[in-house]
Design a protein around this ligand. Structure first.
Ligand code: BES
Ligand code: ZN
Ligand code: MN
Length: 491
């Protein structure tokens, strides 16, 4: 069951809910709503503040039963940290904490007095709605006895006028897509392999109104996509290339995603410890699919082509091997020095196919390098771009979407690292500047089209956060940035 979000003009003490949540900034005196609430609670809040139980510290919680003194059954005062640090990003995270608290208290209905961050009401409502819905999502799993705990059914946003409704609607559309991408990420690779993910795309296209074309092995062989065929050749589940077309008019943006439904490393096998996480190696493709659904719903006036490069990277007698040379769709050849650097190999076909379609921009995302985690940890996405104008648009879009992206440089000196003596490029240049060379290698297949690469190896799944109950759970990252970017490019 998913949560619905509504705007309500009611006062926090007048809403009939299981739980009402009000924010409190660090070191801020109890004024306005908090003061009125304190009076109605017969001073128990000011008492808690005096005893240091309710400090306003970031995401600290003080909660009490109301025992009939006001309409809601319980009150929770949520610490918002210092007011000077509180922006839309913090509002989104705090709203995630609101959802988590409601789930923990088994509240079916929660009301959240949205703190003012001095921005447009629709923007505030969108951030709050997104935080609530991303924060209340949970993967159902495959238990014989499914969990029957009541989930959070309704969230009321207090303190916002009806002019914020557009933001709620937008937040609902986008969060639904983010959670869908996360859902796909959680599915293990025996239940989500290339054919099945391609089928999902067909279903989503029918539901949201965009065209979906699936290229199978035969079609890809005909087109000369030896690279993705090579990566997929070790698996009993053959690769797929999925081409999605949303026609909103105007110029054309290509969104390309890496969809390795499982990355064992192939013949260059990965170590066993933690290998199960490599079911997440399709989160780039999932972000593209999610974004396609959202921007169709939002009727963004732009043409968008979404491409998912789907394969399962497995070792077997038929697997591609170190030393193999494959030719990509655009004719460039790749020497495979490490079968575990498979993302750039499948993307060489996907990106050169996008360029061949005559698009105006190519933005690609992938869980591409462990080095991206070394650089920025789980806090941000690495950007490698050949075009400054596009890079700056992507950075602006990500900022507006409250997703952190940091650009890395491209220096021509790095090129020697991926030179090969037997092919145009080798796929695994080694550790030096690993995230950058990966992006530069894929850029070789974009031709003259402005190209941006977003490495989400660190940001696509993260340890426990206010928005992520599951340890090492998927985040749905890049869905919001892609939607914002489409918006910006349509102007
Ligand atoms: N899917 C991995 C990258 C990855 C690693 C994502 C850890 C998230 C967490 C990718 O296919 C890979 O194996 N990359 C190699 C590239 C190397 C062989 C050049 C890597 O990063 O070690
Ligand atoms: Zn991979
Ligand atoms: Mn790999």
């Amino acid at each position: 069951m998913s949560t619905t979000v509504h705007i309500s003009q009611q006062k926090p003490w007048d809403v009939t809910t299981d739980l009402v949540i009000v924010g409190h900034f660090e070191e801020a005196p109890l004024e306005g709503v908090l003061k009125e609430l304190d009076t109605r609670l017969k001073g128990s809040l000011s008492d808690a503040v005096a005893r240091g139980e309710c400090s306003g510290q970031w995401l600290s919680e003080w909660t009490t039963a109301t025992l009939g003194s006001i309409k809601p059954r319980r009150v929770l005062v949520l610490g918002l940290g210092p007011q000077s640090d509180f922006s839309l990003r913090e509002l989104r995270l705090a709203s995630g904490a609101v959802a988590q608290a409601a789930l923990k208290q088994k509240a079916a209905r929660v009301a959240w007095l949205v703190p003012d961050v001095g921005r447009d009401p629709a923007e505030i409502a969108e951030a709050a709605t997104d935080g609530l819905l991303v924060g209340s999502w949970k993967f159902a799993g495959y238990h014989a006895q499914p969990e029957t705990e009541p989930s959070l059914q309704e969230a009321l946003l207090l303190g916002l006028g009806e002019e914020a409704q557009a933001g709620v609607t937008r937040g609902q559309v986008v969060a639904r897509s983010e959670n869908f991408a996360r859902e796909l990420g959680m599915r293990p690779s025996n239940k989500l392999y290339p054919e099945l993910l391609a089928e999902e795309a067909v279903k989503v296209g029918q539901e949201h109104g965009f065209d979906v074309e699936v290229l199978d092995q035969n079609k890809m062989r005909e087109l000369g996509m030896e690279a993705i065929l090579g990566v997929g050749s070790g698996s009993v589940h053959p690769p797929r290339m999925v081409i999605m077309r949303y026609n909103g008019g105007g110029r054309t943006l290509a969104l390309v995603g890496k969809g390795i439904t499982f990355d064992s490393g192939g013949i260059s096998l990965k170590p066993g410890l933690g290998m199960e996480e490599m079911k997440f190696d399709m989160l780039g493709a999932a972000a593209v699919l999610g974004a396609m659904a959202a921007l169709s719903d939002l009727k963004v006036p732009l043409n968008v082509v979404g491409i998912m490069a789907l394969a399962q990277n497995m070792p077997s007698g038929s697997a591609y091997k170190p030393g193999d040379v494959v030719k990509a769709f655009n004719g460039k050849t790749i020497e495979v020095t490490n079968t575990d650097a498979e993302g750039r190999v499948v993307l060489s076909d996907a990106v050169s196919y996008a360029a061949h379609l005559g698009v105006d921009w190519i933005v690609e995302t992938s869980t591409l390098t462990g080095a991206a985690i070394t650089v920025l940890g789980h806090e941000a996405t690495c950007l490698v771009a050949t075009n400054d104008a596009l890079a700056s648009l992507v950075l602006q879009a990500s900022e507006a979407a409250l997703e952190r992206v940091w650009r890395l440089p491209i220096y021509p000196e790095y090129r020697r690292l991926y030179r090969s003596s037997v092919a145009d490029i080798k796929n695994s240049p080694g550790r030096e500047a690993g995230t950058i060379t990966a992006g530069m290698i894929i850029a070789e297949f974009a031709g003259d089209v402005p190209y941006a690469h977003l490495d989400i190896a660190g940001s696509a799944w993260t340890p426990c956060t206010p928005l992520n109950q599951t340890k090492n759970g998927p985040t749905g990252v890049m869905v919001r940035t892609f939607v914002k970017l489409s918006d910006m490019l349509s102007r």
